[in-house]
Design a protein around this ligand. Structure first.
Ligand SMILES: Nc1ncnc2c1ncn2[C@@H]1O[C@H](COP(=O)(O)OP(=O)(O)OP(=O)(O)O)[C@@H](O)[C@H]1O
Ligand SMILES: [Mg+2]
Length: 351
Protein backbone atom coordinates (compact mmCIF):
# COMPACT_ATOMS: atom_id res chain seq x y z
CA UNK A 1 0.00 0.00 0.00
CA UNK A 2 2.82 2.37 0.91
CA UNK A 3 6.37 1.84 -0.28
CA UNK A 4 9.31 4.16 -0.08
CA UNK A 5 12.63 3.43 -1.71
CA UNK A 6 15.84 5.14 -0.75
CA UNK A 7 13.91 8.01 0.79
CA UNK A 8 16.32 10.77 1.77
CA UNK A 9 15.67 14.22 3.16
CA UNK A 10 18.42 16.72 3.76
CA UNK A 11 17.49 20.04 5.39
CA UNK A 12 19.74 22.94 4.53
CA UNK A 13 19.65 25.96 6.76
CA UNK A 14 22.26 28.65 7.32
CA UNK A 15 24.95 26.69 5.48
CA UNK A 16 24.39 23.64 7.67
CA UNK A 17 22.99 20.35 6.47
CA UNK A 18 20.88 17.97 8.50
CA UNK A 19 20.16 14.54 7.07
CA UNK A 20 16.75 13.80 8.58
CA UNK A 21 16.10 10.72 6.42
CA UNK A 22 18.93 8.59 5.16
CA UNK A 23 17.73 6.01 2.63
CA UNK A 24 14.47 4.76 4.11
CA UNK A 25 12.82 1.69 2.54
CA UNK A 26 9.41 1.41 4.15
CA UNK A 27 6.80 -1.25 3.33
CA UNK A 28 3.28 -0.87 4.67
CA UNK A 29 0.70 -3.45 3.61
CA UNK A 30 -2.87 -2.61 2.77
CA UNK A 31 -5.21 -2.68 5.76
CA UNK A 32 -2.58 -2.82 8.46
CA UNK A 33 -1.84 -0.57 11.39
CA UNK A 34 1.84 0.25 11.14
CA UNK A 35 3.73 1.89 13.98
CA UNK A 36 6.91 3.93 13.62
CA UNK A 37 8.83 4.32 16.82
CA UNK A 38 12.09 6.03 17.66
CA UNK A 39 13.69 8.65 19.81
CA UNK A 40 13.31 12.37 19.37
CA UNK A 41 15.10 13.55 16.24
CA UNK A 42 15.14 10.08 14.65
CA UNK A 43 13.26 11.42 11.62
CA UNK A 44 9.77 10.06 12.31
CA UNK A 45 7.85 13.25 11.57
CA UNK A 46 9.97 13.93 8.50
CA UNK A 47 9.15 10.44 7.23
CA UNK A 48 5.41 10.79 7.72
CA UNK A 49 5.41 14.25 6.13
CA UNK A 50 7.23 12.80 3.13
CA UNK A 51 4.55 10.12 2.77
CA UNK A 52 2.02 12.71 1.62
CA UNK A 53 4.64 15.02 0.20
CA UNK A 54 3.93 17.78 2.71
CA UNK A 55 7.71 17.59 2.72
CA UNK A 56 9.40 16.98 -0.60
CA UNK A 57 12.10 14.32 -0.31
CA UNK A 58 15.60 15.20 -1.47
CA UNK A 59 15.74 11.84 -3.27
CA UNK A 60 13.97 8.50 -3.36
CA UNK A 61 10.38 7.60 -4.15
CA UNK A 62 7.07 7.41 -2.32
CA UNK A 63 4.38 5.13 -3.74
CA UNK A 64 0.89 5.14 -2.19
CA UNK A 65 -1.83 2.84 -3.53
CA UNK A 66 0.21 2.14 -6.65
CA UNK A 67 0.78 5.80 -7.45
CA UNK A 68 4.27 7.30 -7.41
CA UNK A 69 3.68 10.58 -5.61
CA UNK A 70 7.22 11.80 -6.12
CA UNK A 71 6.59 11.76 -9.87
CA UNK A 72 3.70 14.21 -9.46
CA UNK A 73 4.53 17.91 -9.90
CA UNK A 74 6.09 20.49 -7.56
CA UNK A 75 5.80 20.64 -3.80
CA UNK A 76 4.23 22.92 -1.18
CA UNK A 77 1.69 25.43 -2.39
CA UNK A 78 2.55 24.80 -6.00
CA UNK A 79 1.45 21.21 -5.77
CA UNK A 80 -0.36 20.45 -8.95
CA UNK A 81 -3.86 19.10 -9.31
CA UNK A 82 -2.78 15.47 -9.59
CA UNK A 83 -0.81 15.66 -6.38
CA UNK A 84 -3.70 17.42 -4.60
CA UNK A 85 -6.07 14.69 -5.75
CA UNK A 86 -3.70 11.93 -4.59
CA UNK A 87 -3.27 13.69 -1.26
CA UNK A 88 -6.99 13.89 -0.65
CA UNK A 89 -6.87 10.09 -0.28
CA UNK A 90 -4.35 10.40 2.53
CA UNK A 91 -5.74 11.69 5.83
CA UNK A 92 -3.49 13.18 8.49
CA UNK A 93 -3.99 13.52 12.24
CA UNK A 94 -1.77 15.75 14.37
CA UNK A 95 -0.57 15.78 17.95
CA UNK A 96 -2.02 19.24 18.63
CA UNK A 97 -5.24 18.69 16.69
CA UNK A 98 -4.83 21.84 14.53
CA UNK A 99 -8.52 22.75 14.76
CA UNK A 100 -9.76 26.25 13.90
CA UNK A 101 -11.11 27.73 17.12
CA UNK A 102 -13.47 30.15 15.36
CA UNK A 103 -15.28 27.36 13.54
CA UNK A 104 -17.75 24.87 14.96
CA UNK A 105 -16.84 21.22 15.16
CA UNK A 106 -18.95 20.52 12.07
CA UNK A 107 -17.33 23.37 10.12
CA UNK A 108 -13.88 22.07 11.04
CA UNK A 109 -14.77 18.67 9.60
CA UNK A 110 -16.23 20.33 6.50
CA UNK A 111 -13.07 22.32 5.82
CA UNK A 112 -11.28 19.78 3.58
CA UNK A 113 -14.55 19.29 1.68
CA UNK A 114 -14.81 23.03 1.06
CA UNK A 115 -11.34 22.91 -0.43
CA UNK A 116 -12.45 20.01 -2.64
CA UNK A 117 -15.44 22.20 -3.64
CA UNK A 118 -18.06 19.73 -2.44
CA UNK A 119 -21.56 21.36 -2.42
CA UNK A 120 -22.78 22.63 0.96
CA UNK A 121 -25.54 20.04 1.50
CA UNK A 122 -23.22 17.11 0.74
CA UNK A 123 -20.58 18.59 3.00
CA UNK A 124 -22.97 18.86 5.91
CA UNK A 125 -24.23 15.33 5.42
CA UNK A 126 -20.71 13.91 5.25
CA UNK A 127 -19.53 15.87 8.29
CA UNK A 128 -22.46 14.70 10.42
CA UNK A 129 -21.92 11.13 9.28
CA UNK A 130 -18.25 11.30 10.26
CA UNK A 131 -18.98 12.92 13.62
CA UNK A 132 -21.36 10.08 14.30
CA UNK A 133 -18.65 7.59 13.34
CA UNK A 134 -16.19 9.07 15.86
CA UNK A 135 -18.84 9.29 18.59
CA UNK A 136 -19.41 13.06 18.54
CA UNK A 137 -22.83 13.34 16.89
CA UNK A 138 -24.01 15.65 19.67
CA UNK A 139 -21.08 18.10 19.41
CA UNK A 140 -21.56 19.31 15.82
CA UNK A 141 -22.43 22.87 16.88
CA UNK A 142 -19.88 23.13 19.69
CA UNK A 143 -16.60 25.03 19.33
CA UNK A 144 -13.21 23.36 19.85
CA UNK A 145 -12.68 25.38 23.04
CA UNK A 146 -15.64 23.57 24.59
CA UNK A 147 -14.19 20.10 24.01
CA UNK A 148 -11.83 17.86 25.96
CA UNK A 149 -8.51 16.80 24.42
CA UNK A 150 -9.86 13.40 23.46
CA UNK A 151 -12.93 14.98 21.83
CA UNK A 152 -10.72 17.42 19.91
CA UNK A 153 -8.69 14.52 18.59
CA UNK A 154 -11.90 12.79 17.51
CA UNK A 155 -12.75 15.92 15.51
CA UNK A 156 -9.24 15.80 14.04
CA UNK A 157 -9.82 12.20 13.01
CA UNK A 158 -13.26 12.97 11.51
CA UNK A 159 -11.68 15.80 9.51
CA UNK A 160 -8.90 13.49 8.31
CA UNK A 161 -11.55 11.07 7.05
CA UNK A 162 -13.51 13.69 5.09
CA UNK A 163 -11.85 12.89 1.77
CA UNK A 164 -12.57 9.14 2.12
CA UNK A 165 -8.88 8.36 2.50
CA UNK A 166 -7.40 4.92 1.99
CA UNK A 167 -4.53 5.83 4.28
CA UNK A 168 -4.50 7.64 7.61
CA UNK A 169 -1.25 9.12 8.87
CA UNK A 170 -1.00 9.99 12.54
CA UNK A 171 1.89 11.90 14.09
CA UNK A 172 1.83 11.40 17.87
CA UNK A 173 -1.97 11.69 17.88
CA UNK A 174 -2.21 10.53 21.46
CA UNK A 175 0.85 12.00 23.12
CA UNK A 176 -1.04 15.05 24.41
CA UNK A 177 -3.70 12.83 26.00
CA UNK A 178 -3.99 11.01 29.32
CA UNK A 179 -3.68 7.20 29.35
CA UNK A 180 -7.42 6.48 29.41
CA UNK A 181 -8.20 8.90 26.59
CA UNK A 182 -5.21 7.50 24.67
CA UNK A 183 -6.74 4.06 24.94
CA UNK A 184 -10.12 5.25 23.63
CA UNK A 185 -8.50 7.04 20.66
CA UNK A 186 -6.42 3.94 19.85
CA UNK A 187 -9.57 1.83 19.98
CA UNK A 188 -11.24 4.26 17.61
CA UNK A 189 -8.29 4.04 15.19
CA UNK A 190 -8.40 0.26 15.35
CA UNK A 191 -12.18 0.25 14.71
CA UNK A 192 -11.77 2.57 11.73
CA UNK A 193 -8.99 0.36 10.43
CA UNK A 194 -11.28 -2.64 10.59
CA UNK A 195 -14.60 -1.06 9.55
CA UNK A 196 -13.26 1.03 6.69
CA UNK A 197 -10.28 -1.14 5.72
CA UNK A 198 -8.16 1.93 6.38
CA UNK A 199 -4.38 1.56 6.33
CA UNK A 200 -2.96 3.45 9.31
CA UNK A 201 0.61 4.64 9.79
CA UNK A 202 1.18 6.05 13.22
CA UNK A 203 4.16 7.59 14.89
CA UNK A 204 4.64 7.19 18.56
CA UNK A 205 7.15 7.40 21.36
CA UNK A 206 5.28 4.77 23.34
CA UNK A 207 5.79 1.03 23.08
CA UNK A 208 2.36 0.55 24.63
CA UNK A 209 0.75 2.14 21.59
CA UNK A 210 2.54 -0.33 19.32
CA UNK A 211 1.52 -3.19 21.56
CA UNK A 212 -2.12 -2.11 21.69
CA UNK A 213 -2.92 -1.66 18.03
CA UNK A 214 -0.05 -2.24 15.61
CA UNK A 215 0.19 -5.20 13.24
CA UNK A 216 3.67 -4.13 12.16
CA UNK A 217 6.28 -1.73 13.39
CA UNK A 218 9.51 -0.03 12.42
CA UNK A 219 12.26 1.32 14.63
CA UNK A 220 13.99 4.48 13.42
CA UNK A 221 17.42 5.71 14.45
CA UNK A 222 19.36 8.58 12.94
CA UNK A 223 17.15 8.84 9.85
CA UNK A 224 17.20 5.14 9.10
CA UNK A 225 14.85 2.25 9.68
CA UNK A 226 16.91 -0.24 11.65
CA UNK A 227 14.18 -2.86 12.14
CA UNK A 228 10.80 -3.43 10.57
CA UNK A 229 8.27 -6.22 10.21
CA UNK A 230 5.11 -7.67 11.65
CA UNK A 231 5.11 -7.97 15.41
CA UNK A 232 5.40 -11.77 15.05
CA UNK A 233 8.37 -11.40 12.67
CA UNK A 234 10.08 -9.00 15.05
CA UNK A 235 9.56 -11.39 17.93
CA UNK A 236 11.13 -14.14 15.85
CA UNK A 237 14.17 -12.02 15.01
CA UNK A 238 17.15 -12.85 17.21
CA UNK A 239 18.33 -9.81 19.12
CA UNK A 240 15.48 -7.58 17.91
CA UNK A 241 15.49 -4.38 19.92
CA UNK A 242 11.81 -3.77 19.24
CA UNK A 243 10.90 -7.26 20.45
CA UNK A 244 12.91 -6.71 23.60
CA UNK A 245 11.21 -3.39 24.27
CA UNK A 246 7.77 -4.73 23.48
CA UNK A 247 8.27 -7.61 25.87
CA UNK A 248 10.87 -6.66 28.45
CA UNK A 249 11.62 -9.64 30.63
CA UNK A 250 14.22 -8.32 33.09
CA UNK A 251 15.27 -10.71 35.84
CA UNK A 252 18.88 -11.40 36.80
CA UNK A 253 20.35 -14.71 37.77
CA UNK A 254 21.72 -14.68 41.29
CA UNK A 255 23.31 -18.11 41.26
CA UNK A 256 26.63 -19.18 39.76
CA UNK A 257 27.05 -21.86 37.11
CA UNK A 258 23.62 -21.53 35.53
CA UNK A 259 22.32 -20.86 32.06
CA UNK A 260 19.90 -18.02 31.47
CA UNK A 261 17.86 -18.01 28.26
CA UNK A 262 15.13 -15.79 26.84
CA UNK A 263 12.34 -17.77 25.25
CA UNK A 264 9.95 -16.06 22.86
CA UNK A 265 6.52 -17.60 22.37
CA UNK A 266 4.24 -16.88 19.48
CA UNK A 267 1.76 -18.73 17.34
CA UNK A 268 0.81 -22.27 18.40
CA UNK A 269 3.79 -22.68 20.70
CA UNK A 270 2.38 -20.01 23.02
CA UNK A 271 -0.54 -22.19 24.03
CA UNK A 272 1.38 -25.44 24.73
CA UNK A 273 2.85 -26.20 28.15
CA UNK A 274 6.38 -26.26 26.77
CA UNK A 275 8.18 -25.30 29.96
CA UNK A 276 6.60 -28.05 32.01
CA UNK A 277 7.31 -30.51 29.18
CA UNK A 278 10.94 -29.41 29.28
CA UNK A 279 11.14 -29.91 33.03
CA UNK A 280 9.55 -33.35 32.80
CA UNK A 281 11.43 -34.65 29.77
CA UNK A 282 14.89 -33.64 30.93
CA UNK A 283 14.22 -33.73 34.62
CA UNK A 284 15.58 -30.22 35.10
CA UNK A 285 14.46 -27.56 37.54
CA UNK A 286 13.46 -24.55 35.53
CA UNK A 287 13.32 -21.20 37.32
CA UNK A 288 11.37 -18.37 35.78
CA UNK A 289 13.23 -15.08 36.25
CA UNK A 290 10.82 -12.83 34.39
CA UNK A 291 8.03 -12.95 31.87
CA UNK A 292 5.81 -10.74 29.74
CA UNK A 293 2.81 -12.21 28.01
CA UNK A 294 0.16 -10.43 26.01
CA UNK A 295 -2.45 -10.95 23.36
CA UNK A 296 -1.61 -9.38 20.03
CA UNK A 297 -4.16 -9.57 17.24
CA UNK A 298 -6.02 -12.28 19.13
CA UNK A 299 -2.91 -14.46 19.53
CA UNK A 300 -0.92 -15.04 22.63
CA UNK A 301 2.68 -13.90 22.40
CA UNK A 302 5.34 -13.18 24.91
CA UNK A 303 8.77 -13.73 26.30
CA UNK A 304 10.08 -15.50 29.30
CA UNK A 305 13.52 -15.47 30.89
CA UNK A 306 14.30 -18.83 32.43
CA UNK A 307 17.26 -20.29 34.24
CA UNK A 308 18.52 -23.84 33.83
CA UNK A 309 20.93 -25.52 36.23
CA UNK A 310 24.42 -26.04 34.83
CA UNK A 311 26.51 -24.27 32.27
CA UNK A 312 25.62 -23.74 28.67
CA UNK A 313 27.38 -26.91 27.47
CA UNK A 314 25.25 -28.99 29.79
CA UNK A 315 22.06 -27.45 28.43
CA UNK A 316 22.55 -27.85 24.71
CA UNK A 317 19.96 -30.63 24.55
CA UNK A 318 17.17 -28.87 26.52
CA UNK A 319 17.78 -25.69 24.50
CA UNK A 320 17.55 -27.76 21.33
CA UNK A 321 14.25 -29.17 22.61
CA UNK A 322 12.83 -25.65 23.04
CA UNK A 323 13.89 -24.74 19.51
CA UNK A 324 12.22 -27.85 18.14
CA UNK A 325 8.98 -26.68 19.71
CA UNK A 326 9.15 -23.65 17.42
CA UNK A 327 10.33 -21.25 20.10
CA UNK A 328 12.88 -18.51 19.69
CA UNK A 329 15.68 -19.06 22.19
CA UNK A 330 18.40 -16.52 22.97
CA UNK A 331 21.08 -17.41 25.49
CA UNK A 332 21.63 -14.45 27.80
CA UNK A 333 24.21 -15.95 30.11
CA UNK A 334 25.94 -19.31 29.75
CA UNK A 335 27.99 -18.97 32.92
CA UNK A 336 30.98 -20.76 31.36
CA UNK A 337 34.45 -19.18 31.36
CA UNK A 338 34.12 -18.42 27.71
CA UNK A 339 30.34 -18.36 27.73
CA UNK A 340 28.91 -18.24 24.26
CA UNK A 341 27.24 -14.97 23.54
CA UNK A 342 23.92 -15.02 21.74
CA UNK A 343 25.69 -14.68 18.40
CA UNK A 344 26.85 -18.24 17.63
CA UNK A 345 23.52 -19.59 18.79
CA UNK A 346 21.60 -17.13 16.67
CA UNK A 347 23.59 -18.25 13.67
CA UNK A 348 22.86 -21.82 14.52
CA UNK A 349 19.18 -21.03 14.99
CA UNK A 350 18.99 -19.22 11.69
CA UNK A 351 20.21 -22.17 9.66
N1 LIG B 1 12.39 22.13 8.85
C1 LIG B 1 13.55 21.66 9.31
N2 LIG B 1 14.72 22.31 9.08
C2 LIG B 1 15.89 21.81 9.52
N3 LIG B 1 16.02 20.68 10.21
C3 LIG B 1 14.91 19.99 10.48
C4 LIG B 1 13.61 20.43 10.06
N4 LIG B 1 12.69 19.53 10.47
C5 LIG B 1 13.37 18.57 11.14
N5 LIG B 1 14.70 18.82 11.13
C6 LIG B 1 15.75 17.97 11.74
O1 LIG B 1 15.62 16.67 11.20
C7 LIG B 1 15.83 15.69 12.21
C8 LIG B 1 14.61 14.78 12.29
O2 LIG B 1 13.50 15.52 12.78
P1 LIG B 1 12.05 14.93 12.98
O3 LIG B 1 11.15 16.04 13.36
O4 LIG B 1 11.68 14.13 11.79
O5 LIG B 1 12.27 13.96 14.22
P2 LIG B 1 11.21 13.11 15.07
O6 LIG B 1 11.69 11.71 15.06
O7 LIG B 1 9.84 13.38 14.60
O8 LIG B 1 11.41 13.71 16.53
P3 LIG B 1 10.32 13.95 17.71
O9 LIG B 1 10.09 12.62 18.33
O10 LIG B 1 11.01 14.90 18.63
O11 LIG B 1 9.07 14.53 17.09
C9 LIG B 1 16.14 16.44 13.48
O12 LIG B 1 17.53 16.49 13.62
C10 LIG B 1 15.56 17.81 13.23
O13 LIG B 1 16.28 18.78 13.94
MG1 LIG C 1 8.14 14.27 15.46
Amino acid sequence: MITTTGLTKVYRSGGREVTALDGVDLHVREGEVYGVIGQSGAGKSTLIRCLNLLERPTSGTVTVAGQDLTALGGGGQRANAALRAARSHIGMVFQHFNLLSSRTVQDNVELPLEILKVPRRDRARKALELLDLVGLADKAKAYPGQLSGGQKQRVGIARALAGDPKVLLSDEATSALDPETTRSILTLLRDLNQQLGLTVVLITHEMDVVKTICDSAALMKGGRIVEQGTVAELLATPGSELARELFPVGGESLAEGRTVVDVTFHGDAATRPVISELARTYNVDVSILGAAMDTLGGKQVGRMRIELPGRFEENVVPIGFLREQGLQVDVVDGAADDAPTTTPLQKEGAQ
